[in-house]
Design a protein around this ligand. Structure first.
Ligand SMILES: NC(=O)c1ccc[n+]([C@@H]2O[C@H](COP(=O)([O-])OP(=O)(O)OC[C@H]3O[C@@H](n4cnc5c(N)ncnc54)[C@H](OP(=O)(O)O)[C@@H]3O)[C@@H](O)[C@H]2O)c1
Length: 246
């Protein structure tokens, strides 16, 4: 499972977590038939999300309901807030795919236990009731036990960008010692890709704006290229020889 693989890469750092991860609140949920959520009824800017009461979700078969402690705030959420049509949605809806929290209810056939600390990632298409809420219903297969080393905010900042980075790396399948050139290396996906590539033993050339160099060195990039200083692929070829990078 991808979440387990992100965790297994250990000590991953999402440098954007501090700005993107937001604790919605440690709302201590008393079990109730209602919950609060940031509901979009008219797509638009941030003001389109209104705190409203909704019926508390119930877990379907093979689902759990998670009491939300933290959500990932991802650029795609803003896109969905403004226009959810690509995701197959129409109002009303709640945005947000990434979550960390505690299991509050377990549906038939779901192999999870009440009270368990979990993290999870909702499907990016067709998810009407997202994670910007006190409670979220999610397939049990899409949550995993939260690694004890991660806070709720850290855990909620990783699933979508982490899963994307892992998928990219699986396609590239670099062998230990091979070079990987990461464009946008200081971004959400790129910064995780740099760390995951290093964890597999690959060597990393990172391209980003100049001020990102110290961060990317810390994350394990051996070579840094200023993306504003000219053709990056050419610079990389010069730095490591044309046979070094495909
Ligand atoms: N975040 C996710 O969970 C996710 C999931 C699936 C797909 N994606 C896609 O993956 C891509 C990256 O997403 P992200 O969330 O990592 O974005 P991000 O955090 O905004 O980072 C993107 C980075 O790209 C760099 N950049 C901006 N314009 C550039 C240009 N013209 N040429 C080269 N580099 C440029 C910037 O680097 P500097 O810092 O160097 O200025 C920025 O740090 C996007 O296309 C996004 O739609 C993201």
């Amino acid at each position: 499972m991808t979440l387990a693989r992100i965790a297994a890469a250990s000590s991953l750092m999402n440098p954007l977590a501090a700005s993107r991860g937001r604790v919605l609140a440690s709302w201590r949920m008393r079990e109730s038939s209602v919950m609060r959520a940031l509901v979009v009824r008219q797509p638009g800017g941030p003001e389109a999300m209104r705190l409203q009461q909704l019926a508390a979700p119930q877990p379907g078969p093979h689902q759990v309901v998670v009491a939300v402690e933290a959500v990932g705030v991802n650029p795609v959420d803003a896109g969905n807030r403004a226009d959810p049509s690509w995701a197959g949605l129409s109002p009303p809806y709640v945005v947000g795919y990434e979550v960390a929290g505690r299991i509050q209810a377990v549906g038939d056939g779901a192999d999870r236990r009440r009270g368990e600390l979990v993290w999870g990632l909702l499907p990016v298409r067709g998810t009407r009731w997202g994670t910007y809420a006190e409670l979220v219903a999610i397939d049990a297969a899409l949550v995993g036990p939260r690694p004890p080393s991660l806070s709720a905010v850290q855990a909620a900042s990783l699933p979508l960008a982490g899963a994307t980075a892992i998928q990219l790396l699986d396609r590239l399948d670099p062998k230990p010692g091979e070079w990987v050139l990461v464009h946008g290396a200081a971004g959400g996906v790129g910064s995780l890709l740099v760390q995951l590539a290093r964890a597999r033993g690959a060597r990393v050339v990172a391209s980003a704006s100049a001020q990102r160099q110290p961060l990317l060195r810390d994350l394990g990039a051996e070579v840094f290229l200023d993306r504003h200083a000219g053709a990056v692929a050419q610079q990389a070829s010069v730095a490591y020889g044309r046979s070094g990078l495909d």
